[in-house]
Write a protein that binds this ligand. Structure first.
Ligand SMILES: C[S@@+](CC[C@H](N)C(=O)[O-])C[C@H]1O[C@@H](n2cnc3c(N)ncnc32)[C@H](O)[C@@H]1O
Length: 293
């Protein structure tokens, strides 16, 4: 019996993987390959039917297979990221609620948060701002990593902040994590030890050529003017005022980082190297921001 269960589960995963691969999908919203996506899909279906863990000898019922097939067809026909179809995404080992009001979390900042920003920070931050928070993943993960910190999650989008609120409540953090509607720093009144930001940094012409999956995400979360530099530059110009004396800014600019370096040749950016993939995250101290921006 166990051997045949194993065969059915393995075949199911292999068939799903083959179908996902054949469909010309893009994998970059929570997974980077078809096999991981097949496992995520099947595991979530099983979990929602009360099976705690996907194992190769998990028993698959007709009911499970019907749900799996429905989701697989939806993924293939719509090109929607699986995260939207499941309304969940993993970030920094935490399972967030997501839907089309926010980007699917995937920032390499997760690796830094998991290591409590060592060796970049010497003292644990007690006040943290996640600017351009989307569904709140970066700031909430910071709040979990620093249990004594008060965290502000800010975004210009009222729709995104509805998702932020769901996640604040999901992780029971309302006591020390708050959401703020703000156009960059416009409504920010406090100073912080750490500002983290994964803002929009995609140029308009680059956006137009991105795979369909990206076009299911809010454009406001991806695109910004001046070849993807407008919002990153505004953050660099304004952040110092909102940092405590020893505060630092960690800013993600993804593949736009060479353009930022070219636009600011005088700035000694520190670009973080990641073991788990990702690029374009720089760190600047308050002093450097005052000096160079
Ligand atoms: C790249 S998404 C990042 C979301 C989240 N931090 C993450 O890593 O998944 C950028 C976010 O910036 C927000 N945004 C765009 N323009 C903004 C502005 N002028 N002020 C504040 N937030 C802005 C968007 O609504 C979006 O939620």
């Amino acid at each position: 019996m166990q051997a045949s269960n194993k065969l059915i589960t393995q075949h199911c995963l292999e068939d799903m993987c083959a179908a996902l691969e054949a469909a010309g999908l893009y994998f970059g919203h929570g997974t980077d390959n078809a096999w991981d996506e097949a496992c995520w899909l099947l595991e979530t279906v099983l979990k929602r039917k009360g099976v705690s863990q996907l194992r190769l000898d998990s028993v698959l019922t007709v009911d499970h297979l019907q749900d799996v097939t429905k989701l697989l067809h939806a993924r293939i026909s719509s090109h929607k990221p699986l995260a939207y179809l499941l309304q969940e995404a993993w970030f920094c080992g935490l399972l967030f609620y997501v839907d089309e009001r926010v980007l699917v979390p995937r920032s390499p900042l997760a690796e830094l948060i998991r290591n409590q920003f060592e060796p970049l920070l010497t003292v644990a931050p007690t006040r943290i701002l996640d600017l351009c928070t989307g569904g709140g993943c970066i700031g909430i993960a910071c709040a979990m990593a620093f249990p004594d910190a008060a965290v502000v999650l800010s975004d210009i989008s009222a729709q995104a902040l509805e998702v932020t609120a769901i996640n604040i409540s999901k992780f029971k953090l309302a006591g020390r994590v708050s959401a703020l509607k703000s156009d960059l720093f416009e409504s920010v009144t406090d100073c912080f030890d750490l500002i983290v930001s994964n803002p929009p940094y995609v140029a308009v012409d680059e956006y137009e050529n991105l795979p369909a999956e990206y076009h299911c995400e809010p454009e406001l979360g991806l695109v910004t003017g001046k070849q993807g530099l407008e919002i990153p530059l505004l953050i660099l110009q304004q952040a110092a005022k909102y940092l405590n004396p020893h505060g630092v800014l960690l800013l993600e600019t993804g593949a736009t980082w060479p353009a930022l370096v070219a636009a600011c040749p005088q700035v000694p950016f520190i670009w973080i190297e990641f073991e788990c993939g990702g690029e374009g995250v720089c760190m600047l101290t308050k002093e450097q921001l005052v000096q160079y921006f």
